[in-house]
Design a protein around this ligand. Sequence first.
Ligand SMILES: [Zn+2]
Length: 440
Amino acid sequence: MNTCPRGPRFRLCAFRSKLTRVASKWALPVLLCALLNASAIPASGAPPVNRYDQVMHLVRALSGSPRVRLLPFGKSFTQGYCVPAMLITDFSAKSENKIRILVCAGQHGNEFDAVRSILSLSCNLASGTQPDLLKKCEFVVVPMVNPTGVGAHTRLSADNIDLNRNWRNPFSPEALHVSALINTWRPHLLIDAHEQDKPSYLEVPYCLSTNQQTAMNKLAQGISAKNRLPIARSGSNKSLFHSNYAFLGYGAYLIEIDKNLGYKTKYKLYTGVILGMAKALSNNTISRSTLSPSSNNFSISAVAPYLKPLTVRKITVVASLFNTGLLLVFSYILCVWLLKPTFREQKTQWSRMFMRCEVDQSIPANRLAMRHTPIPITSRSWVKRQLRSRYAAPKPEDKKPEPKPIESTLTFIKPKYPKTGSERASSSQTLTTQPSLTHN
Ligand SMILES: [Zn+2]
């Protein structure tokens, strides 16, 4: 049996000190590393409770589809909530001749089934249930025009504005954002989804042009018959979304669905109207330029950045594992690097205390302390030392005898011209002495 000669108490102390050392060296960096990674990983699992968060969660999930791209989001004035917008289409098909449809919902925050239905329709389109339709159509979807109202379950926004009375001269940031989208995309068709306590209907607004009015009525009649949805005529209240844009020359409609119906029936009605109108326009049963004369001003260069083909990154399981591993390693290195200086400093202090004491036993304690305080070598002190060593007066015993000056045997005389005969002779004499150096 292997027993320690120093006894169990010593072994326990040794074990404890070793444990402390290991803990200080490894446990802290590992803990910090785990914390860093935990903060990097997004929280998942439980679905969001707030309706606004639910919508944003779904929009984020939808953006992963190859048929969906997010458009610039708007922002509410008071709480900085997002007004999400997305483009759903088949991006491989040419965009020039596509029908542009803008669908919006949630202008009134307490009509959440309309928001849900539009989001469900977006999910269906994004998952590829209508591949032929997406080759011919571009859907610009704004599922939640009033995010603060949706978050608080109120009709009005947080700024106390009824957004569907704010379109003639829009001033709320939500309405301004949607109108900017309409000015960019110039849609052929605008559909606004609502709910109410009265029976459902499809509302056709008043238009300036007779041809446009005829086209709008014709399209509405076809859809109404198919979905058993009555048609209603609206007045010329231009503060309403659909009335304002019909007046401005767009094919705009309002769907009002009875609140008391079940969600499935509501979804069926919303989807029936939107997809029915899109199919009618894509089959050219209705002339799109007659229905929406303002859409002729569309310029494809304005939306070109959103239609560019994307390079899809395929992240495999191995790659994601590799990334996680890299993240772990880097965060560990960072932690060690952050903690290292303290360890090193401690080590040097201790080594100074003990190692120097062993070597310099004769030096008293106060001198030792002085010696351990680092003396900064400045450039000034270095210069002083250099000057002192160079110009210090030599000691008398070190004085060396001065070396004798070497007598020069050569005299160089600059010749003057013209020379006289005697001068030429003297210069030749001096020159004759020169070879004594070279030939010794
Ligand atoms: Zn409404």
